[in-house]
Design a protein. Structure first.
Length: 260
């Protein structure tokens, strides 16, 4: 039982062979997937997928890189779609100072608006952070995001930052980078952070784990992330799979017996 908590099966990279990708994931033991929509087209597609597959759920929000394009009606639209019982989180949202398409002030404003929306909806949030850790943590504190909590998606920060996030009611989600040979920080985090605070994700089609690095990622590869965490923690793969799945179900409010 594996739960890929962050997948972009709504991306054009799966237009040709989505069903095969899903079949492979199921044959690797993936029982649940959260598909993340972060702009108009990807949110629309995510909503189609949750109606089509009963083990797929959605997180919907607005990506910081595209913050400059978000209008108030987009936020209202997200709020309306969130009434769907299978929309389990708001995001991905956050800050991205690596790409400079959207000015920092605009990103921060859009981030704050989405945190406020999530609090109104009582849904957890999915955080995208690239080269912006200090501002992300500050905004989460200022907006009292711990009341809803959520996920530090594809976390690549230090153990210290991970602990700050845990204190704000966030789970740490590890993806492909934890399997990279030279990825010191994610490996340290995998070792140091308690298993009941960890989630696993692929962020597919991006960040493909070793040994497929450089190829298109897919949800079935989440097992390589679970295997790596098991090895680093010196515990069984089954324990990692079971506990990270339980963590995700708890955070997303998914009743284990409802969709199987």
């Amino acid at each position: 039982m594996l739960f890929d908590t962050h997948a972009h099966l709504n991306a054009h990279q799966y237009e040709e062979d989505l069903q095969e990708v899903i079949d492979r994931a199921m044959s690797e033991g993936v029982t649940k997937i959260v598909v993340v929509g972060f702009d108009r087209p990807t949110i629309t597609r995510a909503m189609e997928l949750i109606d089509q597959y009963d083990f797929i759920y959605a997180a919907i929000g607005w990506h910081p890189v595209d913050a400059i394009d978000m209008k108030d009606e987009d936020l209202q639209w997200i709020e309306k779609l969130s009434q769907h019982e299978k929309v389990v989180a708001i995001g991905e949202m956050g800050l991205d100072y690596y790409w400079d398409k959207s000015p920092k002030e605009v990103q921060q404003e859009v981030f704050r608006k989405q945190i406020r929306l999530a609090k109104k909806l009582k849904l957890p949030i999915v955080i995208h952070n690239r080269d912006a850790t200090e501002d992300v943590v500050t905004i989460l504190k200022e907006e009292d995001a711990q009341t809803v909590g959520g996920i530090m998606h594809c976390f690549t920060g230090s153990v210290e930052v991970a602990h700050q996030c845990l204190n704000m009611n966030f789970y740490i989600s590890l993806g492909g980078p934890v399997t990279f040979k030279n990825a010191k920080k994610p490996k340290e985090v995998a070792k140091e952070i308690p298993l009941d605070k960890l989630l696993i994700e692929t962020d597919c089609p991006y960040l493909t784990p070793h040994p497929f690095r450089g190829k298109r990622n897919e949800p079935g590869y989440v097992k390589y992330i679970a295997e790596q965490i098991a090895e680093l923690k010196n515990i069984s793969y089954e324990e990692v799979a079971r506990q990270t799945t339980q963590n995700a179900e708890k955070l997303f409010g998914i009743n284990r017996h409802k969709h199987m």
